[in-house]
Design a protein around this ligand. Sequence first.
Ligand code: IMP
Ligand code: MG
Length: 175
Amino acid sequence: MIEREVLIPEEVIKEKVKELGKQITEDYKGKNVLLVGILKGSFIFLADLIREINLEDVEVDFLTLSSYKKGTGTESSRNPKIVADLSIDIQGRHVLIVEDIVDSGWSFSALLAILEARNPASLKTCALLDKSDKREIQVPIHYLGFSIEDRWLEGYGLDTLERYRGLKDITTRKS
Ligand code: IMP
Ligand code: MG
């Protein structure tokens, strides 16, 4: 059995997601917002976040990005690729990217460049977690849940070679 330390418990995540949803609701009042979830890590966060956004006009789309070096599982490739693209045309749309963690920043940086080129009306970012000590390239995070030290995190949708996504808390392994 893996021994785990809970870094962010379920209830604390819930409260933070509520706060983020409230802020997004205020900021996008009267606008049609398109949430773009970065798969697969953001699927649980996005599912919780959208239920805290109290707007008439909220749409969702997904984009799959490969961020890791092949085989390593945990090391950023610095050259993320779109594996599966959006199904919605974002031209003229208010786009909010929803991501689980910003780490080196390469994923956000590549994604912002790609999506910006499609001429959205606005393009903002929301991340649940930020490991700012690991940043290699500066990227804007307009809505942030938690800044967190550099440990490998598991749970709440996060990927470790496709496992442990279903844990309710954000955890790390005891060493
Ligand atoms: P970046 O391109 O280095 O910013 O990579 C960000 C991506 O790496 C995130 O979307 C996550 O999918 C993944 N990631 C970074 N740190 C962790 C972690 O501690 N647990 C699980 N996934 C992580
Ligand atoms: Mg990710």
